[in-house]
Design a protein around this ligand. Structure first.
Ligand SMILES: Cc1cc2nc3c(=O)[nH]c(=O)nc-3n(C[C@H](O)[C@H](O)[C@H](O)COP(=O)(O)O)c2cc1C
Length: 412
């Protein structure tokens, strides 16, 4: 898919990221991934000339956002036109202490979505929304709950907002100071921040024999909340992973789509190890450094000099690819089905923009391999078993790689 074909929200004066516009994104993939990795948002709107900003749980269904009514429902009750509203989500990734006040900063990923809020009044639409409100967080859970009474349904107001415009803004940097400030004897650091899931606390009034459902396996202590939320959303809304499909196999949780964390590793590292099956049944494993994320369920690679991989995939499209961030030991094992688009085929030129930043390798691409995912697993790294933190691992591997460079420092 070329950039021109990438689905994106229209940009105008309302949603254009003006300050630090290089940090602005408008494509559906980026905006939706950040929304789906969150449960909590802030919705702002005006009632009788007064601004309100309400923190509330929300979820996305296609291009529409939903949340509880609360005070907004008062304003909306007699409004069929809908009221202008703005919903925001922020993931705080770090605090940055620089060598001067001006360069203090934070790493973050945020979204602003604009539209008109409407009360969901149609009974069937409201019932579906109330199911989604639970299942978006806890896949396939509503079916196991006591049915809501008519009174409970009446008492719950649901608001929907079709996203008319949206922008994402992302800062993902380290300490950035003025060149002349680096020699100063001033301490500076980036303080990574993550929201992780705590130990689940079963209700003390549980009836004997009631066990935690398998569908909650993704919510486990120590896991990043945003990963679990993105996965729960994908399981509920992706047809490839129907609700209830989370297996209780003892393996790490799986889904047919990648989490935002997995996609980040692929975009940053780009180097994946590709396993295919030779004609005699033996494995073929080779590195490819041109990986691109097409969407949360598809990755692509440029075939430049991989006759073995191509020959194997043409005969048997089953493939596994592994990505690992060498610093944090995070990444993914992706399983899928490959489709080869060779140079000369109609689709080929439209796929090349995925590899635009590979420079001189692009003209040498002989085929693009598109991999539709059937499973995406995080690798379970033993490095974390004994309580290591991501930050600690990053530090120690950075030191090790630095020591491996000539002169004890990174080159370039
Ligand atoms: C770091 C690294 C990255 C590579 N990236 C690619 C790539 O993106 N595409 C490609 O066709 N070959 C790439 N290669 C070359 C293949 O891995 C290499 O030619 C390999 O022997 C191909 O084996 P195969 O024919 O069994 O696939 C890369 C090699 C290295 C070391």
């Amino acid at each position: 898919m070329s950039d021109a074909e990438t689905p994106a929200y229209p940009v105008d004066n309302v949603n254009r990221v003006k300050r630090r516009h290089d940090r602005g994104f408008y494509d559906h993939e980026t905006v939706h991934a950040l929304l789906d990795a969150a449960a909590l948002c802030h919705v702002s709107y005006v009632i009788d000339g007064l601004p309100y900003c309400t923190p509330t749980l929300f979820w996305r269904e296609g291009g529409t956002l939903f949340w509880h009514g609360s005070s907004a429902s008062r304003m909306l009750r007699n409004q069929s036109e809908g009221q202008p509203a703005c919903l925001t989500v922020t993931h705080l990734d770090s605090l940055v202490l620089a060598r001067c006040g001006f360069n203090h900063s934070a790493d973050y990923r945020s979204v602003m979505a604009f539209g008109h809020a409407r009360l969901v009044e149609d009974p069937a639409e409201k019932e579906a929304a109330l199911v989604a409100m639970v299942d978006r967080l806890f896949p396939a859970c509503t079916a196991s709950l006591r049915q809501s009474s008519a009174q409970e349904i009446k008492a719950t107001a649901v608001v929907s907002m079709k996203i008319e415009r949206a922008s994402a803004k992302i800062r993902a940097k380290r300490v950035v100071d003025e060149d002349e400030d680096y020699p100063l004897p001033i301490y500076a650091e980036r303080l990574p921040v993550r929201t992780v899931i705590g130990q689940p606390e079963p209700c003390p009034r549980l009836v004997d024999g009631v066990a935690r459902p398998d569908t909650l396996a993704g919510y486990r202590a120590g896991r990043a909340l945003e990963e679990a939320l993105a996965e729960a959303h994908a399981v509920t809304y992706s047809p490839a992973t129907p609700p209830g499909s989370l297996a209780s196999s003892g393996l790490p949780q799986e889904g047919a789509v990648m989490t935002p964390g997995m996609m980040q590793v692929i975009r940053e590292q780009r180097l994946g190890f590709v396993a295919t099956v030779n004609a005699d049944g033996t494995p073929n494993l080779s590195p490819k450094g041109t990986f691109a994320v097409v969407d949360a369920a598809t990755v692509a690679l440029a075939e430049i000099r991989s006759p073995g991989t191509l020959r194997n995939l043409a005969a048997n499209p089953a493939v596994e690819v592994n990505f690992v961030d060498p610093f944090t030991r995070r990444g993914c094992r992706l399983f899928g089905t490959a489709r080869i688009v060779r140079r000369g085929e109609a689709e080929f030129d439209g796929l090349l923009p995925w590899f635009a930043d590979h420079g001189s390798l692009v003209p040498r691409t002989r085929a693009v391999v598109l991999i539709a995912l059937t499973r995406a697993l995080p690798p379970s790294s033993p490095a974390y078993d004994d309580g290591s933190s991501e930050d600690g691992l990053r530090r120690s591997w950075t030191d090790r790689f630095r020591a491996l460079q000539p002169g004890g420092r990174f080159m370039g």
